[in-house]
Design a protein around this ligand. Structure first.
Ligand SMILES: [Fe+2]
Ligand SMILES: [Fe+2]
Length: 160
């Protein structure tokens, strides 16, 4: 992908990150480790970038703002899932609902964004996403989780 496009995507994502940091609890995600060396804050930026990149490469028509917002908020559950706490046991199944409720409370979400967040663990959630944005986030989430776990120091800043 061309450098200009990469920078354009990063700028768009950064604008949403800044809005979320100024108006909600988004910055807290720096404190929660996700996969190996990657925090939830980094992970959701990876997912937003990867989802945009796939949409662009495959020429999938999407609402870019909704795609970025839902991607950045898809893991907005705001706790460390590694902690042994009864209320977030079965994290894989429960966290999409926690993330969606927190994000809706802090930022207000449209139906398309809510559906994408609630279904991002598909096929674990059984019901598939209803919209293209949701499918892209589901796919990007799995790609990023794999790379974060298995490629040392991987991040979208260093990935073309
Ligand atoms: Fe998740
Ligand atoms: Fe995720």
């Amino acid at each position: 992908m061309k450098m200009r496009k990469k920078e354009e995507f990063q700028k768009k994502i950064q604008a949403h990150v800044e809005h979320f940091e100024q108006n909600g609890r988004f910055f807290q995600q720096h404190n929660y480790p996700h996969h190996k060396h990657v925090s939830v804050h980094e992970h959701v930026r990876h997912v937003a970038y990867t989802a945009l990149k796939i949409a662009h490469s495959l020429k999938v028509k999407v609402d870019e703002d909704k795609l970025i917002r839902a991607a950045l908020l898809h893991d907005y559950y705001l706790y460390d899932w590694h902690d042994d706490e009864a209320w977030h046991k079965f994290h894989g199944f429960k966290h999409p609902r926690f993330a969606c409720d927190n994000a809706h409370r802090d930022f207000g979400l449209c139906e398309r964004e809510q559906d994408a967040i609630l279904k991002h663990m598909f096929p674990l959630t059984i019901k598939p996403p209803k919209h293209r944005e949701g499918w892209l986030i589901t796919l990007a989430d799995k790609i990023c989780a794999f790379k974060e776990c298995w490629i040392k120091n991987w991040s979208y800043e260093t990935t073309r």
